[in-house]
Write a protein that binds this ligand. Structure first.
Ligand SMILES: [Mg+2]
Length: 410
């Protein structure tokens, strides 16, 4: 595909093709005229604009000469300035291009980089991908999920957070039916923890189970911060309380260790926030390392890649629960994914868009939000409310072992 080819050369190519095919059924002039007419409806990208948004996000606006602006969140937490530079480096490729060729641009940005993937480049690509789908939906005046043959559902289950019984009761009142919690601890987990550490974590989870009852789905996030030796002990002790899933029971670099942990328990293992593209999730699925995949649509390759990962997962009876500690554009992307795939489980969120969107999402009484009905991603930024949230200086926490000062994961 060569979008910059001149009309003259395109016409010549068509004429040459038809001559070779021996076709005289379609007049050459009418075909050329049709293509020229199509060229006139062409929409071009004119500018990419990023801005940092509190607490730690980046919003992207992809401008077009049609006056339509696509929104995306190209973010890697703690590397906002690096991502801004990555977007600047990609911008010259996109200027003048038709934003509707979303998959084509995904391929070009990913593959022409030569050094493919990595968190920075796939995060930049992810936000661009979201914005291009937003533009395409707006141009066609339909929601993004319609482009993918949806809706597969009309509401989307989301989860809230609770770290103690009191918070759990509050979430129940609010309508949540799924909660995620972390591992309660008074010190960062050491390689092999003692019974006191394990008991403290398990008793806290038991209190959440008691407060939420047996109908509440409660996932627990190990955050990759519990060493695998301790993870195995902790998972065994949590089994009687039936967590909905065990998330990131070890760091993601060595999938075989995750496989080992997964084979030691009947509880579902979840992972994916630090795994990128279909190539990253391929190994997880093939080795049976997890049955709940949590691609982050701001990291893993956007909505385009999220759908492909979901398709791969379906063949393994695995389900999708997008990771999302990001903003409302990321949330909207997840909702459109949920509304266009069959194997969706639950959507993470930390903001329903209050203070960011003209019309924030609303938690329904059954713990869901409605799929966005507007064109594109269906969200509109409230620039007035955003004004005091522009710029941030968010940094990753630095965590150390209190006993010897060595570096630990957080
Ligand atoms: Mg997590």
């Amino acid at each position: 595909m060569t979008p910059n080819k001149s009309k003259l050369s395109r016409r010549a190519a068509i004429q040459s093709f038809l001559a070779l095919a021996g076709s005289t059924a379609i007049p050459l002039t009418s075909l050329a005229t049709e293509l020229e007419a199509r060229d006139k409806t062409k929409v071009k990208i004119t500018k990419l604009e990023t801005f940092l948004v509190k607490p730690r996000w980046i919003f992207l606006k992809v401008h077009t000469d049609a006056g339509i602006i696509g929104l995306g969140e190209p973010l890697l937490e703690g590397r906002a300035l690096t991502i801004q530079t990555a977007i600047k480096e990609i911008e010259p490729y996109l200027i003048g291009k038709d934003p509707r060729q979303v998959v084509h641009h995904w391929q070009a940005i990913y593959r022409h980089a030569f050094y493919k993937g990595g968190p920075i480049l796939t995060s930049a690509l992810s936000g661009i991908d979201q914005a291009l789908w937003d533009i395409k939906g707006k141009l066609l005046n339909i929601p993004v999920y319609e482009l993918f043959g949806g809706p597969t559902r009309d509401r989307v289950r989301i989860y809230g957070r609770a770290s103690n019984a009191e918070q759990m009761k509050q979430r129940v009142q609010e309508g949540y039916t799924v909660i995620k919690t972390g591992v309660a601890h008074v010190n960062p987990a050491r390689a092999v923890e003692n019974p006191k550490f394990i008991k403290y974590a398990v008793e806290n989870f038991a209190s959440l189970r008691a407060a939420g009852g047996d109908t509440m789905d409660i996932g627990i996030d190990f955050h990759g911060a519990i060493p695998p030796q301790t993870s195995k002990i902790l998972i065994k002790e949590l089994e009687p309380y039936q967590p909905m899933f065990i998330e990131e029971p070890c760091q993601p670099q060595n999938v075989d260790v995750l496989v080992d942990i997964a084979r030691g328990t009947h509880l579902p293992i979840a992972t994916g926030e630090r795994i990128f593209t279909k190539w990253g999730f391929r190994e997880i699925l093939e080795k049976g390392a997890a049955t709940i995949l949590q691609p982050d649509l701001c990291h893993a390759g956007g909505i385009t890649e999220g759908r492909l990962i979901a398709g791969m997962a379906e063949a393994y009876y695995a389900v999708i629960a997008p990771h999302n500690p990001m903003g409302p554009i990321s949330l909207a992307s997840g909702l459109h994914l949920a509304a266009s795939i069959p194997n969706f489980l639950v959507q993470e969120q930390v903001s329903l868009g209050e203070g960011y969107l003209k019309t924030p999402f609303v938690l329904q009484k059954d713990g869901t939000v409605l799929t966005p009905a507007g064109p594109g991603l269906g969200v509109e930024l409230d620039e007035n409310k955003l004004a005091d949230k522009i710029n941030h200086d968010w940094k990753n926490p630095e965590t150390y072992d209190a006993t010897d000062g060595s570096v630990v994961d957080w």
